[in-house]
Design a protein around this ligand. Sequence first.
Ligand code: ZN
Length: 175
Amino acid sequence: MSILKVARLGHPIIRSKSESVNADEIPSAACQQFIQDMIHTMHEYDGVGLAAPQVHIAKQIAVIEVQQNPRYPEMPHVPLTVLINPKIISHSKKIEEAWEGCLSIPDMRGIVPRYEEVVCEAYDLEGKKIKIEAKGFFARIIQHELDHLIGHVYVDQMTDLKSLSYLEEFARFAH
Ligand code: ZN
């Protein structure tokens, strides 16, 4: 397994739209290896999610997992989830605001409004169609990662940039 290089904001890949993956390609050794590398990279950098364009591949693939995470110690567990060609097919009316960070925008956090609940359809690691009903932090990560697949980052979704903070100041002043 390899740890992949993470693209940061300013690299054009972060603003590119990702292509969908051909379902027949999913079981291929190359695709499986790439997804394992994405998972390994997410773990290495203590991320709770990672989208393929963040590692310089403009394909509609995202991985999500929340274990005990030093960057988000208060967050609930989310099992390892691989989303290929994901689409949000419905969402709650209710919107929640919470802090987000991003491995492509290192050392920063900001308050982002997101739908409280989403229903997402995708292919999984084996190329099976799955439907995920997510709420709270899991729903938030899904929305964050799907944004990456259309070239958006969390800062684009912030309605008030005043909360944007460096992590060190976040730790001192945010509550
Ligand atoms: Zn991100």
